[in-house]
Design a protein around this ligand. Structure first.
Ligand SMILES: [Zn+2]
Ligand SMILES: [Zn+2]
Length: 362
């Protein structure tokens, strides 16, 4: 089994082979003018590892399919095309932009066209590039009005992070290393800074409060470039390029001073969530959702005057497929949300996702 790799390094011998193949198969003009090298984007990557590539450029997927079966042939074809394309010439397109003045500069209309002039690497890479041909125009030509229509367009907020997307972002920003990504995520989760909704991370009120506090009082430490530079220095210590004492000293001196100042900083209030349920004990306050060390709970808004509390059960309007009880949202000890039956422990129905409840009904 090949190892999964994100490496882009290609051995010189392989590069030569691929170059020869492209030249003899498609002709010299399909060859990149100079050999192409790609930089690894991830930090501290072991450059010695090679990319996944065909062992021999002249072995085609037809051959692999015959020897190993169609599935392997298909997989091989993807790798083969991608690898060879990296050493081929650029595709050349001709782009045209037409700007139309819609009435004395009141607004400008724009049309983009492009046609492929030379296919280059596209000859082999399965990337469909469609020609967008514009009709012929003459500069300053007067155009007739045909029709106008308005369209509804909605811009969605960026989706919340999940495991894969947060690791990708950490990698891009140079925060953490492959060996620490899992720890970073499990730490923010076990401290209750985030909770999972389906597989997405949602900041909790504690998480938001901690973040606000850090941004306000530890602006340097909280800063992304600072953390990335710190990670680099730790790498250098690990590689023996830097001594750890001076590095830590440089970090700790100003950090210690900040810590000292922050001692008297304003305490951050963790936002409570309002409910419209009246407190049955004092009949004065409303119940609010607070976050404590063990997660969320309901308590009276007049606390500390009234000390009433009760566990928080988030209800849904779903019905338990097992016994018709009410489905409620619960949390595991590790803070992961799941759907359970309000008749627990009499009924043990539980599901991670909404779909699981629906599929259990059918
Ligand atoms: Zn009360
Ligand atoms: Zn049930």
């Amino acid at each position: 089994m090949p190892k999964i790799t994100t490496k882009t390094t290609i051995a010189d011998s392989a590069r030569k082979q691929m170059t020869e193949y492209v030249k003899s198969e498609f002709g010299e003009k399909y060859l990149a003018p100079t050999p192409r090298f790609y930089k690894n984007t991830s930090k501290n990557a072991q450059e010695a590892h090679e990319a996944i590539r065909p062992a021999k450029a002249n072995v085609t997927s037809t051959q692999v399919s015959k020897d190993l079966g169609l599935q392997y042939g298909k997989l091989y074809e993807i790798i083969w095309r991608r690898a060879l394309a990296t050493q081929m010439a650029d595709a050349i397109t001709e782009s045209t932009v037409v700007m139309v003045d819609g009435g004395k500069g009141a607004y400008t209309l724009k049309a983009n066209g492009s046609i492929l002039v030379f296919e280059g690497f596209l000859k082999i890479s399965p990337y469909a590039l469609e020609d967008k041909r514009l009709p012929d125009f003459i500069a300053n030509e007067k155009l007739g009005f045909v029709n106008s229509a308005s369209e509804f367009h909605e811009t969605l907020p960026p989706p919340r992070y999940n495991d894969a997307s947060i690791i990708k972002t950490l990698e891009e920003k140079g925060i953490g290393r492959p060996s620490t990504y899992a720890t970073i995520i499990s730490t923010i989760e076990s401290r209750g800074y985030i909770e999972r909704e389906e597989s997405r991370f949602k900041p909790t009120s504690v998480g938001i409060a901690v973040n606000d506090f850090l941004v306000e009082n530890f602006s340097t430490v909280d800063d992304i470039p600072f953390t990335a530079a710190m990670e680099d220095q730790l790498d250098q210590i690990a590689n023996g390029e830097k001594k750890w004492v001076p590095v830590l000293k440089e970090f700790y001196k100003p950090f210690e001073e900040t810590l000292d100042k922050v001692k008297d900083a304003k305490r951050v209030k963790i936002e409570v969530e309002q409910t419209n349920e009246l407190c049955l004990e004092c009949k004065k306050g409303n119940l609010v959702i607070r976050t404590g060390r063990f997660g969320k709970f309901l308590s009276c808004s007049t606390f500390p005057d009234c000390k009433f509390t009760k566990p928080l059960v988030q209800e849904t309007n779903l019905i338990c497929p097992k016994d018709g009880g009410k489905i409620v949202i619960k949390k595991t000890k590790r803070g992961r949300r799941f759907y359970g039956c309000s008749n627990y422990p009499k009924c043990d129905f539980a599901a991670w996702k909404l779909e699981d409840i629906k599929s259990a009904t059918v």
